[in-house]
Design a protein. Structure first.
Length: 227
């Protein structure tokens, strides 16, 4: 009986390990703070071709890699890509990234180049996002989290003096293709909302939404689109 008391928990743990670990391997994860990998994706090229396979997105370098059926890798920049969709398994959650012409936040420049943006919603006005990376000391973690920064736990080595944060940078894509930078998210949103701003403010107050939380920010833009 004594051995059975140890054997049963061991078997349970082994089963959980065999079931959970493969599922973890199928979800998106970050081998580095600015690199994301997904087990399945679809890339639509400017040539009209579509490629399927595991996708790696190097944010800083603006490069996506896709693994071909023969195991080789193909690399693409925003110049070659219309959009790509990645999917997590087993949740099935999908995320869309689009290649858009952007002036790189240079307000007085006519130069634009294709750039990847994550698309956060559908509608007349589209909320899009890029990532910025901040290095901070561990004791400042709570302060950055309160500002809407995302913390990547895999990027922190115990005993290290620094933690990597992912700072979402938000933009609005207008129907005519213009990209508006939301430097001050609340203020800049209402400049775009115009006369509908009062209705949106009431909605935000009634629903107790926060402009710093990504999903709630999406809800705010979606409500504006519905008016």
């Amino acid at each position: 009986m004594k051995n059975d008391n140890y054997t049963i928990p061991f078997i349970v743990c082994l089963i959980l390990f065999l079931v959970v670990v493969p599922l973890i391997g199928q979800a998106q994860y970050r081998p580095a703070v600015d690199i994301q990998e997904w087990p399945m994706g679809k890339i639509v090229l400017t040539s009209g071709d579509t490629i399927y396979g595991p996708v790696t997105y190097h944010h800083t370098q603006e490069i996506i890699n896709i693994q071909n059926e023969d195991g080789t890798l193909s690399a693409f920049s925003p110049v070659n890509v219309k959009y790509f969709i990645v999917q997590e398994q087993p949740s099935g959650k999908s995320t869309t990234f689009r290649s858009l012409m952007w002036d790189m936040d240079r307000d007085y420049s006519d130069f634009k180049k294709p750039t990847f943006f994550e698309q956060l919603n559908q509608g007349g006005v589209v909320l899009i996002m890029r990532e910025n990376y901040i290095h901070t000391e561990p004791e400042n973690l709570s302060a950055y989290s309160a500002q809407g920064f995302l913390y990547d736990p895999d990027s922190y080595v115990p005993g290290s003096e620094w933690i990597n944060h992912i700072k979402p940078l938000y933009y609005l894509l207008l129907p005519d293709g213009e990209i508006i930078t939301l430097r001050n998210v609340r203020k800049d949103l209402y400049q775009v909302f115009g006369k509908k701003g009062k209705q949106v403010k009431k909605y935000v107050k009634d629903k107790r939404l926060a402009y710093e939380k990504p999903h709630q920010l999406v809800a705010i833009v979606n409500y504006f689109n519905s008016l």
